[in-house]
Write a protein that binds this ligand. Structure first.
Ligand code: G4P
Length: 527
């Protein structure tokens, strides 16, 4: 196969959802279709059960699992599909945000009874920022759900994206009859525990006026479906793939993941419409996947939880060219040549050493502590990929050294954990104290635990009341200086020395934005 053919057949995506909507279940069904796993239950839910927040073994267990399932590759209909796993717990949301920088599209799972939830909204913001194409799967139709048109409106309004149903459900809950596939004009009748390959429950119904529809689902539901489909065709424009690829339009499917219902339709549509690897922006130019030379960036670093092997795995997304084992590549940040004797690829349950990888693929690189999130590898060109931002943290604490004899260990530990993207470090301009900012509270426990177990250092947290940290800049140097002087007690620098405003309250932030019109307040570190 040529490099271009390898690229064209790749689909690299993530399934994202609010916890409990069915992400793990759907992922597992997709893998079953691909033959990547053979029994249900093989994909472990990587979420930390409620109430387990202080159970470190649980955190360890979950981290261990998410290494194993960080990338799940499989073949389907001639496509090489790479699913990038995202942590289930919302405290690890930043990890999810970063994973989204390495995908070419996403599938969003929404619970049909709950509709759009908080985490879905946040994740969609990241997708919108990157114009990532999204497909929506509305799940759990076997349970009493909201009305489909209400759900469609809700998705459109809450996620700020136009929608186009490509399938339409017939009732829900105890009377759920199935789904009518609008582009194949096929009716899928709902039977729980649908066999994976059986098409017996699917019938082609070209003409919805046909009596067969009444026979299959009863006159009442048949009439309802006819009305619904008429309304869909009347209200929504024909599906526009280009709008989908631009991230402006989301096709919507309905089903029940746990019953494996509606999943085949989703997957078949996905392989047809989802994009193959897209061009990747760098500071200097856009890299096309088809370029002959290898480029890629690190989007995730994972600590090895085996106490005897503290090394880490860096996950490299290949953006162009062909990655080869044992070949020298330039690590752009350090300027050093590096080669990898055992790069790994991930196929569902196992990982194996690979010789080649293509754009869209994720390669696991052994790291002894040299890599940072965002690091770029090339064949010599000094590129830096953009679009791998840090997000404004929402939880803050002072970090203090609890063991004066372990100062060095603590500094090294903090440094490496920040490189891994576990949290962000700010230094207060007021008193020089170190502040750790995270997306979720659980992160503080993870940091403390890992400092102790991996770096032999101990830390203590002290409270600090901050509403939000945002990066500031301005073309008006005088105004910026004035702002920094007045807000002296609320200023800090991040680890790159950039100015950060630590707002005490949302009111203080709004007021600052109001009073200092020429200052730009950024909620991601890349602008
Ligand atoms: P998540 O990864 O998005 O957090 O969700 P997950 O797949 O773990 O699913 C959350 C719960 O919802 C699970 O039940 C799962 O079985 C259930 N579920 C997923 N899809 C459907 C569906 O289509 N219909 C119904 N009725 N339930 C669905 P649980 O009780 O939390 O876990 P388990 O003990 O059943 O595994």
């Amino acid at each position: 196969m040529t490099q271009q053919e390898e690229i064209t057949r790749r689909r690299t995506f993530a399934v994202i959802a609010h916890p409990d909507a069915g992400k793990t279940t759907l992922t597992e069904k997709l893998l079953l279709f691909g033959g990547a796993i053979h029994v249900a239950g093989a994909v472990k839910s990587n979420k930390i059960k409620k109430g387990a927040t202080s159970d470190f073994m649980e955190i360890e267990r979950q981290r261990g699992i998410s290494v194993a399932t960080a990338v799940m590759g499989f073949e389907y209909a001639g496509c090489k599909i790479n699913i990038l796993d995202t942590p289930g717990h919302e405290d690890f949301a930043e990890d999810t945000y970063r994973t989204l920088t390495a995908v070419d599209s996403v599938i969003i799972v929404i619970d049909g009874a709950k509709g759009v939830e908080a985490q879905t909204r946040k994740l969609m913001e990241v997708c919108r920022m990157r114009q990532t194409p999204v497909i929506v799967f509305i799940n759990k139709l076997d349970r009493p759900s909201k009305e489909p048109f209400d759900l469609l409106d809700e998705v459109e309004k809450e996620l700020h994206i136009r929608v186009r149903p490509l399938a339409f459900p017939i009732s829900n809950g105890p009377t759920f009859k199935g789904v009518y596939n609008l582009y194949e004009r096929r009716l899928s009748l709902f039977t729980s525990d649908e066999k994976l390959t059986a098409d017996a429950s699917t019938v082609e119904i070209e003409d919805l006026a046909s009596a067969e529809l009444d026979e299959r689902i009863g006159a009442k539901f048949a009439d309802q479906l006819r009305q619904d489909v008429e309304l869909v065709e009347g209200v929504y424009d024909a599906f526009d793939r280009d709008a989908y690829l631009r991230g402006e339009l989301a096709p919507v499917f309905f089903g029940s993941a746990v019953n494996n219902f509606g999943v085949r339709e989703l997957l078949e549509c996905f392989v047809r419409i989802a994009p193959s690897p897209r061009p990747a922006p760098t500071e200097t130019r856009t890299v096309e996947p088809g370029e002959p030379k290898m480029t890629g960036f690190v989007f995730k670093i994972h600590a090895n939880m085996d106490p005897n092997h503290r090394d880490r795995i860096a996950f490299l997304k290949i953006c162009s060219g062909t990655f080869e084992r044992n070949r020298n590549y330039l690590h752009v940040r350090s300027g050093k040549q590096m080669k990898f004797s055992s790069p790994t690829a991930f196929m569902a349950e196992k990982k194996s050493v690979i010789d080649f990888a293509y754009p869209g693929d994720i390669v696991g690189l052994h790291d002894t502590g040299n890599f940072k999130i965002g690091d770029t590898f090339t064949e010599g060109e000094k590129l830096r990929f953009t679009g791998i931002p840090s997000f404004a943290p929402e939880q803050f604490r002072y970090i203090e050294n609890a063991d004066p004899l372990k100062f060095k260990q603590l500094a090294k530990g903090i440094d490496q954990l920040m490189d891994e993207g576990v949290a962000q470090l700010f230094t207060s301009s007021l008193n020089g104290r170190k502040i750790i900012g995270t997306v979720g509270a659980l992160q503080f426990e993870v940091i403390q635990y890992r400092l102790e177990h991996e770096y032999n250092a101990s830390c203590r947290w002290e409270p600090i009341s901050i509403y939000k940290a945002c990066w500031i800049e301005s073309d008006n140097a005088a105004q910026l200086a004035d702002f920094k002087r007045r807000k002296h007690t609320n200023m800090a620098v991040d680890k790159h020395g950039r100015d950060v405003f630590l707002a005490d309250t949302s009111y203080a932030l709004a007021l600052a934005q109001e009073n200092f019109k020429e200052i730009r307040f950024h909620f991601t570190s890349e602008f």
